[in-house]
Ligand binder design. Structure first.
Ligand code: CA
Length: 230
């Protein structure tokens, strides 16, 4: 093998090993977060190229990181709720869709036009605990993208106390983002909110009349879980 061919050969091997190791090792623990953190936002784009995945995650969803394997692309972002939690490697973090029959089994109310079902849990814990409870049902703390979503939420919301919803703020961020993706529309916030009153109001809640307020994440509030349906 000539010198130039040898160099080319080594470059080729390097490229192959790099791409192979990316596929194998591009896992959650690769992400450069040093503190305790839970990845709470995620979205799956099937049959995606790595380039499309990268561009879409960063521009469309403003996610912090991606996980790309095979041709599936996961957009991810960490949450920093009170510095608690751990890096999660559980594949159940990824977006899950269920059949409507699953909602029926779990006693969720089905909203077929919006392709989700909802259930109100009267006894709530912290935002993170409520979020975990929804995940146990393969669901999410409720996201509100439209006025119809808000109407659906209020149809189940029968008390007059705060309730956690599925949005919170990224560390150093100014926008509240939904766990199912996207930012919270300005029209939903109560007048003067989000005001970050204590400097640590990282989680979103809804008031009985349907307006949002940013509040502390460690309060204990009831919540609505949302299961996305096919
Ligand atoms: Ca507030």
């Amino acid at each position: 093998m000539s010198d130039s061919r040898r160099v080319l050969f080594h470059i080729l091997i390097l490229l192959i090993s790099k791409s192979w190791s990316f596929t194998i090792n591009s896992f959650w623990k690769k992400f450069p977060y040093t503190g305790p953190v839970t990845f709470n936002y995620y979205s799956l784009i099937s049959n995606s190229s790595l380039i499309y995945c990268t561009a879409t995650c960063s521009s469309l969803y403003n996610w912090d990181q991606i996980y790309y394997q095979g041709e599936d692309c996961y957009c991810l972002a960490p949450s920093y709720v009170n510095g608690t939690g751990m890096v999660t490697t559980n594949s159940s973090m990824w977006t899950i869709f269920k059949e409507e029959s699953y909602c029926t089994e779990k006693e969720y109310k089905i909203f077929p036009d919006q392709k989700y079902c909802l259930k109100h849990f009267l006894t709530g814990q912290t935002w993170e605990d409520d979020n975990i409870r929804c995940r146990q049902d393969s669901g999410y703390l409720i996201s509100v993208y439209t006025l119809q979503d808000l109407t659906n939420l209020r149809s189940l919301y029968t008390h007059n106390r705060f309730m956690y919803i599925g949005a919170h703020k990224k560390r150093n961020g100014t926008d509240f983002v939904w766990t199912t993706g996207g930012t919270v529309s300005k029209m939903f916030w109560n007048s003067g909110e989000p005001n970050d009153a204590s400097g640590t109001e990282m989680c979103a809640s809804v008031l009985s009349y349907g307006a949002f307020d940013d509040i502390l994440c460690n309060r204990k509030f009831s919540f609505i879980c949302q299961i996305l349906t096919k």
